[in-house]
Design a protein around this ligand. Structure first.
Ligand SMILES: NC(=O)c1ccc[n+]([C@@H]2O[C@H](COP(=O)([O-])OP(=O)(O)OC[C@H]3O[C@@H](n4cnc5c(N)ncnc54)[C@H](OP(=O)(O)O)[C@@H]3O)[C@@H](O)[C@H]2O)c1
Length: 320
C-alpha cells in the first residue's frame, strides 16, 4: 500500500510517499481502508518535536511510528476474529492519536478505540476533519464546566480547535466572544459566535468585558495578559505550554489559591465522544470546517501549509 513515511524527525520534507506492507489486523482490530485523513498540528508536533516529552513518547532520536496521521474516515476492509461491533463495508470515522498511521491507504485500529460509524450526512473528506479539533475542544469545555451556560472568550476561533470550540460551546449554551482575523469573521459568526473581535484591529486583552472562561486555543496570549478579563473565579486554558512551560506550573499552583485559575487538561480519545460528535452532526448542530484538500502525494505541501499556523479549520488529505 501507499503511505507517507518519515524515518527521521525534521522539516516537512522528511515525509516520503512510498510503498509499504499492508497491515494485518490482530484479533481485536479492524483494518480500515482510509479514504481521507488530515494534517493537523499534532502530526506536526510529532514529526518535528519541540519538547523533550514528545521524544520520550515517540522515540528519543528517531520516530518509532513512521507513518503519521491521526484523523481518519474510511471503510472497514477486514476485521480480526474477536471483533463484534464492525463488519467489512461499514463506513467509519475517528481518531488514532499516538498510534497514528492514517496517512496511508490502510490502517489497523483496535475495535474499542475512538472510531465509530460515520455520520450519514457527511463525505469522507468532511468526516475526516471532525475529530482532532472537536476532541481537544471538548476536553477544554468539560474541564472548564462550560456544559452549563457561561460567558467565554475563544482566542484563535478560526483554527481547528477554535472552530470546534465555538460550535460546541454554543451547543452547551455559552455566550461566546470569538477572536480571529478579518477574513474569518463571517465564518466564525456563522458557527454561532455572539460577537467577534478582529485581532488585527483590536487587542482583546484591553477590553473591559469579564468572562467565566478564556480559552486561548491558539496559545498566542498568556494567563498574565488575560487575568484581568477573568471573573473572580474565572478559568484560563491554553492549548500551548506557554513561555517556559508556565501553563503547566500555573495549573499546579493557581487552583490551590482559590481565585482565578489556570487549567491544563490532558486530552483523551474516547469512543463515546466520537458517537456524540456523530449525533451532533446528524442533528445538523456541528459542521466540518475545511480550508484545503490535498492528495497523499502532496503531503509535504499540505504540511508546509499547516505549519504556517494560518489554516482556517482543517487541512484534509484525500487518500483513495
Ligand atoms: N494541547 C494539545 O494537546 C494540542 C494538540 C494539538 C494542537 N495543539 C496546539 O493548539 C494550537 C491550536 O491548534 P489548531 O489546530 O487549532 O491550530 P490551527 O488550526 O493551525 O490555528 C490556526 C488559526 O489560528 C489563527 N491565529 C494565528 N495567530 C493568531 C492570533 N495571534 N490570534 C488569534 N488567532 C490567531 C490563524 O488565523 P490567521 O490566519 O489570522 O493567522 C488560523 O486560523 C496550536 O498551537 C497547536 O500546537 C495543542
Amino acid at each position: 500500500m501507499k503511505a507517507s513515511v518519515n524515518t527521521q524527525y525534521g522539516a516537512p520534507e522528511v515525509l516520503e510517499v512510498k510503498e509499504v506492507p499492508k497491515p494485518i489486523p490482530k484479533d481485536h482490530e479492524v483494518l480500515i481502508k482510509v479514504h481521507a485523513s488530515t494534517v493537523n498540528r499534532t502530526d506536526c508536533g510529532f514529526r518535528k518535536p519541540e519538547y523533550l516529552i514528545v521524544r520520550l513518547i515517540a522515540g528519543l532520536f528517531r520516530p518509532k511510528k513512521q507513518i503519521l496521521g491521526s484523523e481518519l474516515a474510511g471503510e472497514i476492509a477486514a476485521v480480526g476474529s474477536a471483533v463484534k461491533s464492525f463488519k467489512p463495508g461499514d463506513k467509519v470515522f475517528g481518531l488514532n492519536t499516538f498510534n497514528f498511521g492514517t496517512h496511508a491507504e490502510y490502517v489497523c485500529v483496535a475495535e474499542e478505540k475512538a472510531i465509530s460509524a460515520m455520520p450519514s450526512n457527511m463525505s469522507y473528506e468532511e468526516a475526516a476533519a471532525i475529530c482532532d479539533g472537536a476532541f481537544l475542544a471538548l476536553t477544554n469545555i468539560k474541564a472548564a464546566n462550560i456544559l452549563k451556560p457561561q460567558k467565554i472568550l475563544v482566542n484563535g476561533a478560526s483554527g481547528s480547535i477554535g472552530t470546534a470550540t465555538v460550535q460546541l460551546a454554543k451547543f452547551y449554551g455559552a455566550d461566546v466572544t470569538a477572536v480571529c482575523n478579518t477574513p474569518n469573521i463571517k465564518l466564525v459568526e456563522a458557527l454561532g459566535a455572539d460577537r467577534v473581535i478582529d485581532y488585527t484591529k483590536e487587542d482583546f486583552t484591553k477590553h473591559e468585558a469579564q468572562y467565566d472562561v478564556v480559552l486561548d486555543v491558539v496559545g498566542k496570549s498568556s494567563y498574565f495578559k488575560c487575568k484581568k478579563l477573568l471573573k473572580p473565579k474565572g478559568i484560563y486554558i491554553s492549548s500551548e505550554l506557554g513561555y517556559m512551560c508556565q501553563n503547566v506550573f500555573l495549573a499546579l499552583l493557581t487552583p490551590l489559591l482559590g481565585g482565578k485559575k489556570v487549567l491544563f487538561p490532558i486530552p483523551k480519545d474516547r469512543k463515546e465522544d466520537i458517537v456524540f460528535f456523530r449525533e451532533l452532526i446528524e442533528a445538523g448542530q456541528y459542521k466540518a470546517v475545511i480550508d484545503k484538500v490535498y492528495s497523499l502525494d502532496q503531503i509535504v505541501a499540505a504540511t508546509q501549509y499547516v505549519e504556517t499556523g494560518q489554516k482556517t479549520g482543517n487541512v484534509v488529505i484525500k487518500i483513495t
